[in-house]
Design a protein around this ligand. Structure first.
Ligand code: FES
Length: 263
């Protein structure tokens, strides 16, 4: 596991992407982490840090996308380059890189999409065939279109309102893609990040098709490192009379094998 660090970082840029999504780039020297792991970042004037999964990183900086969902992210969006923030990183468990001869299917929904851009870049570096599905409400809210297109053998966009790509959700997109690639002789692996209903739909389809899927959950987090129990989800546990146990998304996830989830 990568060593966790608590460091001060300077904002390089903070720009608006769409009506309610922003992207921030922060300075960070040589931070090593797996795609899907997350960072806890301070917001001046707020006690709790906020969790964000990077969409890009190199030897000098990292970027993440965030949605305006409350006072904390509203205040974050007003910060100017040069502002210093406290960062704890990396946290949690990320995605597992699949074997070389496998085929990866990445599926992102809403603000879960950007973190898959980092995974896509790492899969390309490993020469792993990658198909990507982006699910969005409409064409104007599709995130990381260019990056995911560049790193994918094929990009499918689905929109709820039919304004771009396939009219429907990302589960429909996956059904459509699987019809095209059933002839493949490589092992398929699904990697997804997005809202829980989307993850549940993908999990059911993956189970029916016998495809291994890793799902990244976006629970609200307080402490971010396992102390407050504010981010629990249910995992299957046949030994318990209830059939499940609680696990912390920040500590035991945020990425879980779909077969572990008690829906
Ligand atoms: Fe505190 Fe997960 S956010 S335990």
């Amino acid at each position: 596991m990568t060593q966790k660090q608590d460091f001060t970082s300077t904002i390089i840029s903070n720009r608006k992407l769409t009506a309610n999504f922003y992207e921030m780039e922060l300075e960070a020297k040589r931070i090593v982490f797996n795609a899907g792991e997350f960072f806890q970042i301070s917001v001046p004037g707020h006690t709790l840090r906020r969790p964000f999964a990077p969409s890009f990183s190199d030897r000098n900086s990292f970027r993440f996308t965030y949605q305006l969902v409350g006072e904390g992210t509203e205040d974050l969006s007003k910060l100017l380059p040069g502002t210093k923030l406290q960062v704890i990183a990396p946290l949690g468990h990320g995605f597992t890189l699949p074997p070389k001869n496998s085929t990866a299917i990445l599926i992102g929904g809403g603000c879960g999409t950007p973190s898959l851009a980092l995974l896509a870049s790492r899969l390309q570096a490993e020469n792993i065939t990658t198909y990507t599905i982006i699910g969005a409400r409409s064409s104007c809210s599709v995130l990381e279109r260019e990056t995911l297109s560049r790193y994918s053998n094929k990009l499918i966009i689905t929109t709820d309102d039919g304004s771009e790509g396939l009219h429907g959700n990302s589960v429909e997109g996956l059904k459509s893609l699987l019809k095209e690639i059933t002839a493949t002789d490589t092992e398929l692996r699904i990697f997804a990040c997005g809202p829980v209903p989307m993850l549940k739909g993908l999990s059911t389809l993956a189970k029916n098709k016998g495809i291994k899927a890793e799902l990244s959950f976006e629970e609200r987090m307080a402490c971010g490192f396992g102390a407050c129990m504010g981010c629990v989800i249910k995992l299957v546990c046949p030994d318990n009379p209830e059939g499940y146990i609680y696990k912390r998304v920040c500590h035991d996830g945020p990425v879980f094998d779909s077969r572990e989830i008690y829906w």
